[in-house]
Design a protein around this ligand. Structure first.
Ligand SMILES: Cc1cc2nc3c(=O)[nH]c(=O)nc-3n(C[C@H](O)[C@H](O)[C@H](O)COP(=O)(O)OP(=O)(O)OC[C@H]3O[C@@H](n4cnc5c(N)ncnc54)[C@H](O)[C@@H]3O)c2cc1C
Length: 426
């Protein structure tokens, strides 16, 4: 039978794929064609792995904790993805502020007044003074903790739920893992599963506008070479982060939500050498937090080194990479030399490097209370928006899986109602 009713999902990140899989697996979607439209040429969005010198590196999402991310963990097991311990939970070369930091943060936590509109930095300053507060955030290595939109609640969440700094919280013992073939391997398996279930994929389709009609929506895409492409859709799921929503002509967020949204840029830089010289310094599988633009420096087994920055230092590195490759590497190597206190002429020169700047790497709802609805919807529930930013796991693949499934649940309820209505009419 020809399916002439269509469910369109825009965005083939983990949210869009999770949504498609849940819909395709339900008998309620029988009679519908499920289509995924994706701007890029690949699935995965912010989960993006590539191979360099035979090593898979995660330019985007890279690690998960089974305790914090049970749905990621379950999928990884179900799909038999190869995992390895993500070892970067032990800080070496401690920052002077690390001494007693866990106790300081534990003492301050009960003093958070959730109704009070102050940033984490203000909160620290009120209790510890400006200088100490700067030093503490420097020592935590995540510069988003400085931002005015980061409340004390969000900041504690960041500290408790990031492997490098969980040691300053009660979550010190949580184990973390990464995928040997990168997070893209998980996404690829989901894509293959969805394709087997009959989901259609349309790459190089950038949604540019939506026109609502009485019982359907007309989606306008820009294809390869700016070709205009139109598709009719009965139900549409926009599995897009808030910044992508805001760049469309949809009055987002004002006509969709009482919440406002923020995003933070991220930058990861990977450096490869012809031998693992860091083993001589006992740095293998360790991470250090640095008071220089590298911020967090990781020594990945005998394979490579990478650094990871957010906010102002992500923008700093973005600017650095606009210079020549030699200048960029020179800056990186000088900063590594300073961080490790090893003369630059004693460090070997890299043989390769890769980096990725994400202008909106993490997206989140600024208001932490009251709770954000799991999906946003318009047009009698026929247009649904879903993002990890709307879940308690914003900034994590776990949030993407939940967001996609939430959108599917919401849509399936609509289909159930419609099905009942159709039967009643017949
Ligand atoms: C550097 C970095 C490190 C991270 N580290 C981790 C980590 O260690 N662990 C973890 O769990 N998470 C991590 N994350 C977060 C994780 O990647 C995201 O939470 C998750 O990928 C969000 O998935 P999504 O599908 O909601 O959004 P996205 O992955 O952003 O997918 C949205 C998709 O929509 C497409 N799109 C956008 N606009 C349009 C349009 N107009 N038309 C058509 N398509 C469009 C995009 O191309 C993209 O494919 C990290 C992210 C970054 C950037």
């Amino acid at each position: 039978m020809l399916n002439n009713k269509v469910i369109s999902i825009v965005g083939a990140g983990i949210s869009g794929l999770s949504c498609a899989l849940k819909l395709a697996g339900s008998k309620l979607s029988k009679g519908y064609t499920i289509r995924i439209f994706e701007n890029g040429e690949r699935t995965g969005g912010r989960a993006h792995s590539i191979k360099v010198n035979d090593f898979s590196i995660d330019l985007g999402a890279g690690r998960f904790s089974p305790v914090l991310h049970p749905n990621v963990s379950k999928l990884v097991n179900e799909l038999a993805e190869k995992t390895e311990v993500f070892p970067f939970t032990k800080i070496v070369c401690p920052h002077p502020q690390h001494n007693g930091l866990k106790e300081i943060l534990a003492q301050l936590k009960p003093k958070i007044v959730s109704s009070y509109n102050e940033s984490f930095f203000q909160f620290l300053c009120n209790h510890l003074g400006n200088e100490k507060s700067h030093a503490i955030i420097n020592g935590l290595g995540y510069d988003s903790l400085y931002l005015p939109q980061i409340s004390p609640e969000i900041a504690y969440d960041i500290i408790e739920k990031h492997p490098e700094i969980q040691c300053f919280s009660e979550n010190a013992g949580y184990e973390w893992f990464n995928l040997v073939d990168g997070f893209a391997a998980l996404v690829k398996s989901l894509y293959e599963r969805a394709a087997i279930l009959g989901v259609e994929f349309h790459f190089e389709h950038q949604l540019v506008s939506l026109q609502t009609k009485s019982n359907s929506t007309l989606l306008e895409f820009s294809g390869r070479d700016q070709q205009e492409i139109w598709h009719n859709s009965n139900y549409t799921v926009l599995a897009l982060p808030p910044t992508a929503m805001a760049s469309l002509d949809l009055d987002f967020p004002s006509h969709w939500s009482d919440f406002t949204y923020g995003s933070i840029p991220l930058f990861k830089g990977f450096i490869f050498f012809d031998h693992p010289w860091w083993q001589d310094y006992d740095l293998e599988n360790k991470v250090t937090i640095i008071d220089n633009p590298l911020r967090k420096l990781y020594f990945k087994s005998d394979k490579y080194i990478f650094f990871y920055t957010d906010s102002a230092y992500a923008d700093f590195w973005h600017e650095e990479t606009k210079k020549s490759d030699a200048e960029y590497i020179n800056t990186v190597m000088n900063l590594i030399s300073m961080a490790l206190n090893i003369p630059i002429n004693e460090l070997p020169w890299p043989v390769a490097n890769k980096f990725k700047y994400w202008p909106s790497g993490v997206e989140f709802a600024i208001e932490t209370s009251p709770e954000h609805p799991p999906v946003l919807s318009k047009n009698n529930g026929t247009i649904i928006a879903a993002s990890d930013a709307y879940t308690p796991h914003c900034g994590w693949m776990e949030g993407g899986i939940l967001a996609g499934r939430n959108a599917a649940d919401y849509l399936l309820k609509q289909l159930e109602k419609t099905g009942v209505a159709e039967v009643e009419i017949n």
